[in-house]
Design a protein around this ligand. Structure first.
Ligand SMILES: [Zn+2]
Length: 261
C-alpha cells in the first residue's frame, strides 16, 4: 500500500510535467467516485496549464492555472508517466503494466500522459480537495505540530498506533511506517496516546523523523528494520523477542513483546 514515501516519489515524477498544458483528461467510474459525475474530471482539466506539484500526506496535489487537482492512490495505485522514454514510475505495487488497470489520467499537449494505474480501483481523482480534513504533513512535521497531534484533551484516547494512522491528526503515516516508528521507539502500539510520557513522545518524534528519512533513502515504506519479523511466529531482529500480532485501528500490527512497552 502506498504510504507517504511512495506518494512523495509520485509527486517528484509529476514534477516533470510542470509547465505543460493539459489537452485532455479522463477518469473511469472508480477514479471519479469522489467527483459529481464521471465526466467532471475531463471537463475541469481541459486546457489547464500545470504550474506545480505538492502533497499533503498521501494526497498528491497538482497546481494548475485553474483549480488544484488531487490524486489519491488507495491500496495499489501508482502514478505513471508515459512518454517517449516509455513508461516511468513502476517502482511500487505491481511492477507489470496492464492497460485495463489504468483508471484515468491527463494527456498533455506535448504527447506525454500522466496515468493512474490501479488494479484494486481505490485510487481517486479530486478537484479542489479539502485540505482541512487532513492533519499536518508527516514529512515536514515540526516538533510542535507533533506534540499538538499527540495531545489528548481528556483520558487516554486511542491507542498510539491508531492515533499515528489517523489522517486528520497527522497526514501520511500508514500501517508499515507506523509499526516501524513504534518498533524503533520501543513503544507498545496499544498504549493509549494520553498515557505516553513526555520522554516517550520525544523519542517517538525522533524515530518518526529517522524512519521517514532512512526508508526514503532505502526506497520505500516496506524496507523498515522490523519487516523481516513481520510474519506469524516472527522473532525480533533486535533482541530475539517474540513478535506479537493484533489488529489496532483496523490494521494488522506487529510489535516486539520484549522491547516495546
Ligand atoms: Zn525486540
Amino acid at each position: 500500500m502506498p504510504e507517504i514515501l511512495e506518494i512523495e516519489s509520485y509527486r517528484q515524477l509529476a514534477d516533470r510535467v510542470v509547465g505543460a498544458a493539459i489537452s485532455k483528461g479522463w477518469a473511469d467510474t472508480y477514479a471519479a467516485k469522489k467527483l459529481p459525475s464521471v465526466s467532471s474530471w475531463a471537463r475541469a482539466v481541459k486546457g489547464l496549464r500545470i504550474t506545480g506539484t505538492s502533497r499533503r500526506g498521501k494526497l498528491m496535489l497538482i497546481d494548475t492555472s485553474g483549480p488544484t487537482l488531487g490524486m489519491r492512490f488507495g491500496m495499489t495505485g501508482v502514478l505513471l508517466l508515459d512518454g517517449r522514454s516509455g513508461i516511468e514510475g513502476l517502482f511500487y505495487g505491481p511492477h507489470t503494466f496492464k492497460k485495463e488497470w489504468v483508471r484515468g489520467g491527463l494527456e498533455l499537449s506535448d504527447g506525454r500522459r500522466l496515468l493512474l494505474h490501479d488494479p484494486r480501483r481505490l485510487g481517486r481523482f479530486e478537484i479542489e480537495p479539502n485540505l482541512d480534513e487532513l492533519g499536518p504533513d508527516a514529512l515536514s512535521l515540526t516538533k510542535k505540530e507533533f506534540t499538538t497531534a499527540m495531545t489528548i484533551s481528556r483520558g487516554g484516547g486511542a491507542a498510539i498506533k491508531a492515533r499515528l494512522l489517523d489522517q486528520s491528526v497527522l497526514a501520511g503515516v500508514g500501517n508499515l511506517l507506523g509499526d516501524e516508528m513504534l518498533f524503533r521507539a520501543g513503544i507498545d502500539p496499544n498504549t493509549p496516546t494520553g498515557h505516553l510520557t513526555p520522554g516517550q513522545k520525544d523519542t517517538l518524534y525522533t524515530c518518526l523523523r529517522a524512519t521517514l528519512k532512512q526508508l526514503q533513502k532505502r526506497g520505500g515504506s516496506h524496507l523498515g528494520n522490523h519487516m523481516p519479523a513481520r510474519t506469524p511466529g516472527g522473532i525480533c531482529p533486535q533482541d530475539g523477542g517474540p513478535m506479537r500480532i493484533s489488529v489496532i485501528g483496523g490494521r494488522t500490527t506487529y510489535w516486539c513483546a520484549k522491547h516495546q512497552h
